[in-house]
Ligand binder design. Structure first.
Ligand SMILES: Cc1cc2nc3c(=O)[nH]c(=O)nc-3n(C[C@H](O)[C@H](O)[C@H](O)COP(=O)(O)OP(=O)(O)OC[C@H]3O[C@@H](n4cnc5c(N)ncnc54)[C@H](O)[C@@H]3O)c2cc1C
Length: 639
């Protein structure tokens, strides 16, 4: 296992977190004030961590590139947030949520972390409710729930189709409370450019003030990355267009291992691409699959309007292939099944690259009002984008890049392989294995930020109380600032002909074509070659207008795309290395006769954690073996 020490506590799974908390080192209140913590990111994980750490009495500095912390990508989350409350009395429990996540992730996640995420989920819902998040309620006043893919219980709490926005407003208010109290200092419109290590520990960051272009130094006793996922590596994805991997990538270059980078979730229900000029795709929440039925015509190339195709000529292919879960199969399974139908010539729409999501039966059964009360804002969103009315004709949907299960490797304490550097939320690899179940990301992000990190970070900080406030005039800060400035100068000096967006789009196409929903060795090798060529072209022909001492969004984009070229190569290397299919990672060479993913537990039941070995060098693979004690590794079946 080399350098990977996962620090999983001893004892039975259900007692690990309790016993960890009972024995973890603490920092006394007088010392907490003296300890500074930097948090990058203000989504559910970052805003949650910053507020919880501020409330505990630490001195927190929090950064984001948006103008307001409440614009973090978490605001876009639609469908809901899971918890094992079992309000429905339908057989749910912490163990069942844990089990669903382990199975949903195709047995490629660490048991102890997943169990803890399930345990903490109930605290998250209580906390958000206390913060005033307006979750939907049933007629008796208790919180209402609905179902998401890959489960047979109803455990998803929601606020219409705006759950992320409402939860983030809750986080934002708790963050503001701390800002007012003076425990948290907020730095919006700052982009982290580099991590500063002193004696091998994370001690600060270099940021660019995005308004003025000034380069700033900030020191701390510990640094927390809550910087989200890298799904925009495909260019077109359901993520906010500015989401990026640069902070995590900079940390990787300084010694933080990157785990399972090729585990990327392709969500089955996005509005399909409408034209070549689009810069983003829009998700139609998985919650719609509670009532919407997915189908294609039984006849190839059937061009009749959907409503003119009678029931007996429709293929409800998810219900046919997976009767036990039907339309609520997990996302990887649903996406592949849609792709299979479209590839076989049954897709609908002008391009043949979409399938129907139909509410006709639900409206007939429950009435339009009931459907409206659950999904109105999503239906309006769809109607605004496509001009089509989902109340009267089925939506058209197609898979799109959505979420990254891969991320910085962290131990049980959420610390990376760099002492004092933590990664939380989507930025880490921790809880979802090879496929994330719907509504479990907000749960993990908020759980990491509010409840896990505030407990684990004291174990590290307890030994730091005699370390003085970090001075930023040290040579390590000089060097990090110098290299950040040099990189900006290098990008500005290229003065070629193509803008960063053009390169990003071309990179995204390579990634989607060869490293998307299904992968094979020849395609991956080809992608590696194409990415290398495009990277060379980027560094010769990039054009950034304006200067670096002002607001310059082209410069911001260029820096992020430059990092994506390097991450793309690692991602492809990881996909090549994993000679099995598991979860969202589907290698065409490894499939069952009926086209399902064929895992290889003998050789690949491990987390692949990659170490940066230097510019132009092959990354070094470290393996964290996955041991399953509470669940048995089985062939994942949703039939
Ligand atoms: C359309 C959509 C719908 C979704 N719906 C759901 C759902 O219903 N339920 C669910 O559980 N999950 C959902 N997800 C997933 C979920 O929204 C995200 O995984 C989750 O919000 C991530 O939260 P986070 O705190 O890790 O990061 P984010 O919310 O992505 O925040 C990242 C933060 O990091 C900051 N940052 C990043 N890099 C830098 C840098 N270099 N310098 C400074 N700041 C930086 C950003 O400014 C931002 O504040 C959805 C995702 C999408 C795309």
């Amino acid at each position: 296992m080399g350098k990977l020490i996962s620090k999983i506590p001893e004892g039975p799974l259900s007692e690990k977190w309790t016993s960890y908390k009972a024995s973890v080192k603490l920092v006394n209140p007088a010392n907490k004030k003296k300890l500074e913590i930097i948090v990058i990111g203000t989504g559910l994980s970052g805003a949650g961590a910053a507020s919880a750490l501020g409330e505990l009495g630490y001195s927190v500095k929090v950064f984001c590139y948006q103008d307001s912390p409440r614009r973090a990508h978490s605001v876009a989350a639609q469908g809901g947030i899971n918890a094992a409350k079992n309000y429905q009395n339908d057989g749910d429990s912490v163990f069942r949520l844990f089990h669903d996540m382990i199975k949903g992730g195709d047995y490629r996640a660490r048991e102890a972390n997943v169990y803890r995420a399930a345990e903490v989920s109930n605290q998250v819902i209580d906390h958000f409710t206390a913060l005033g998040v307006p979750f939907a309620r049933d007629y008796g006043g208790t919180l209402d729930t609905r179902s998401f893919g890959g489960v047979q219980v109803s455990r998803t709490f929601y606020a219409k189709g705006q759950t992320g926005q409402q939860c983030l407003l809750g986080c934002y208010s708790s963050l503001n409370r701390q800002i007012k109290k003076g425990t948290v200092k907020m730095f919006p419109r700052r982009e982290m450019l580099d991590l500063v290590l002193i004696d091998g520990r994370a001690r600060g960051i270099i940021v660019r003030n995005l308004i003025t272009g000034e380069i700033e130094r900030h020191g701390a006793h510990a640094v927390v990355l809550a910087t989200g996922g890298y799904g925009t590596i495909y260019y077109l994805s359901t993520l906010a267009v500015n989401s990026n991997a640069s902070a995590a990538w900079k940390a990787h270059r300084k010694g933080a291992f990157f785990a399972n980078p090729s585990f990327i979730q392709i969500h089955p229900t996005s509005v399909p691409q409408l034209n070549e000029f689009q810069s983003k795709l829009t998700l139609m929440s998985e919650s719609l699959r509670n009532d919407g039925r997915i189908w294609v015509p039984k006849k190839k190339g059937d061009k009749r309007p959907a409503n003119e195709i009678p029931d007996e000529e429709r293929d409800y292919f998810l219900e046919r292939r997976y009767p036990a879960y039907g339309n609520l199969v997990p996302r990887d399974v649903g996406s592949r099944a849609s792709k299979e139908r479209c590839d076989a010539g049954y897709g609908v729409g002008d391009t043949g690259l979409s399938v129907y999501l139909d509410f006709r039966d639900a409206i007939n059964k429950q009435g339009k009002k009931a459907i409206e009360s659950k999904y109105r804002n999503l239906f309006e969103l769809y109607n605004t984008i496509t001009g089509s009315d989902p109340y009267t004709e089925p939506m058209r949907i197609y898979p799109a890049g959505h979420y990254t299960m891969g991320g910085l490797w962290v131990d049980y304490e959420l610390m990376t392989t760099i002492p004092g550097l933590y990664a939380i939320g989507e930025a880490n690899f921790s809880d979802h294995g090879a496929n994330r179940l719907g509504a479990s990301s907000l749960m993990q992000a908020a759980g990491d930020g509010y409840f896990v990190l505030p407990n684990t970070i004291s174990n590290y900080l307890a030994d730091q109380i005699s370390v003085p406030k970090m001075a930023t005039d040290k040579v390590e800060f000089d060097e990090a600032e110098k290299s950040s400035r040099e990189r900006i100068a290098r990008l500005m000096a290229i003065k070629g002909k193509q803008n960063a967006g053009t390169f990003h789009k071309r990179l995204g196409k390579i990634m989607w074509d060869y490293v998307g929903m299904s992968r094979n060795e020849a395609g991956l090798l080809k992608a590696l070659e194409l990415v290398r060529e495009l990277k060379d072209e980027f560094w010769k022909d990039l054009n950034i207008p304006g200067t670096d001492v002002e607001l310059n969004m082209e410069l911001e984009k260029a820096g992020r795309v430059a990092d994506y070229f390097d991450l793309a190569q690692l991602l492809i290397t990881d996909a090549l290395n994993r000679k099995e299919s598991c979860g969202a990672h589907f290698r065409e060479e490894y499939q069952t006769p009926d086209g399902e993913a064929l895992r290889n537990d003998q050789d690949f039941a491990y987390v692949a954690a990659w170490e940066f070995a230097g510019e132009g060098q092959s990354p070094v693979l470290h393996k964290e073996e996955l041991k399953f004690e509470a669940v048995e590794m089985k062939v994942r079946s949703y039939k």
